[in-house]
Design a protein. Structure first.
Length: 60
């Protein structure tokens, strides 16, 4: 296979990685961990907001 430029070489490397099961498993794990982190952050913000509302309500 004659790859003429850098873009073609990068594209070919990406195609090879896509069929690599270890690579796919690593990407899936990264996505799952990123989503878990986002959910925890959202839950923490919700909890902080709830605590703030309780504090403000008690001050009134």
């Amino acid at each position: 296979m004659d790859l003429k430029n850098d873009a073609q070489r990068k594209s070919r490397r990406f195609e090879v990685l896509l069929v690599n099961h270890e690579y796919q498993k690593a990407i899936d794990t990264q996505i799952r961990l990123t989503l878990d982190k986002a959910r925890r952050r959202k839950a923490a913000c919700r909890q902080t907001s709830l605590i703030w509302n309780i504090c403000v309500t008690n001050l009134v």
